[in-house]
Ligand binder design. Structure first.
Ligand SMILES: C[S@@+](CC[C@H](N)C(=O)[O-])C[C@H]1O[C@@H](n2cnc3c(N)ncnc32)[C@H](O)[C@@H]1O
Length: 248
């Protein structure tokens, strides 16, 4: 396992253990200046019965995805499962929501949250987003919340997202992007990488990697600049949309 993947896994294993103990976890996560529940309506959080501090994300990709009844959705790096469970409710009993995560401790928290929320049409799978454990063309929508920036090779992840989408499928992701060059010591730090800062790439590069993976209709919208010691305004949260064309 690469140093980056192991640093990321360890960080989120620790966060999962804190969550299991009932500690609020979203402070010092990806979006350290965001409220845990940013982007989620109180109605949907109440309906699902999950503490908003379970979110380690930087937006609400379930809103962005415009989910419809009967669709199959995949969440890359599903963490404690909030977006998977919300998606499962939106697609209804004829649809299904999958979450993929590599961290056993996080999968355990997600499955516990699923039991609490009594959501039957969701499945949490162990695996990496670099080798998604689902067949080709098996989902209608790929969502993700503050995870792709953590990947050492974004191109591999975006190709995998494209592979599992059906023709006509949608990619609707909240992620962190770079707006300016980061200080060298920040870039070198595995801790900053695991905290969703050092692994960010510029918007142009993100769009290019999406195009190279085969996506069309690419739209990247910066939603909020993040305050960072010594590098104010260098990273931001963003909503990223793209689609897999119907006829290839
Ligand atoms: C910043 S948290 C976001 C969790 C969730 N999406 C949310 O919004 O709360 C990152 C999650 O992605 C998982 N993760 C990071 N890199 C991964 C990879 N390469 N493959 C699979 N899971 C990964 C971590 O285990 C962790 O649960």
């Amino acid at each position: 396992m690469s140093d980056v993947i192991e640093a990321v896994r360890q960080r989120y294993a620790e966060k999962a253990v804190q969550m299991a103990r009932g500690a609020a976890c979203c402070d010092s996560s990806c979006c350290s200046d965001m409220e845990c529940s940013d982007g989620y309506s109180s109605e949907e959080l109440t309906a699902i019965g999950i503490d908003p501090s379970s979110s380690l994300g930087c937006g609400n990709p379930t809103l962005l995805a415009d989910l419809k009844r009967g669709e199959h959705v995949l969440d890359l790096g599903s963490g404690a499962g909030l977006d998977v469970l919300l998606s499962a409710r939106r697609v209804g009993p004829d649809g299904h929501a999958y979450g993929v995560d590599m961290t056993d401790e996080m999968l355990a928290v997600a499955r516990e949250n699923q039991a609490k929320a009594r959501v039957a049409n969701a499945t949490f799978l162990k695996g990496t987003i670099e080798a998604i454990p689902l067949p080709d063309a098996s989902v209608d929508v790929v969502i993700s919340n503050c995870v792709i920036n953590l990947a050492a090779d974004k191109a591999v992840v975006l190709r995998e997202a494209y592979r599992v989408l059906r023709p006509g499928g949608r990619f609707a992701v909240a992620d962190m992007v770079a707006l300016a060059e980061l200080p060298a010591e920040v870039k070198r730090s595995l801790d900053e990488w695991a905290g969703c800062v050092a692994g960010t790439i510029p918007i142009d590069e993100y769009a290019r990697e999406l195009r190279n993976a085969g996506f069309a209709g690419i739209d990247i919208e910066v939603t909020r600049e993040v305050r960072l010691d010594g590098a104010d305004g260098a990273v931001a949260s963003a909503y990223i949309r793209a689609r897999k064309e119907l006829s290839l």
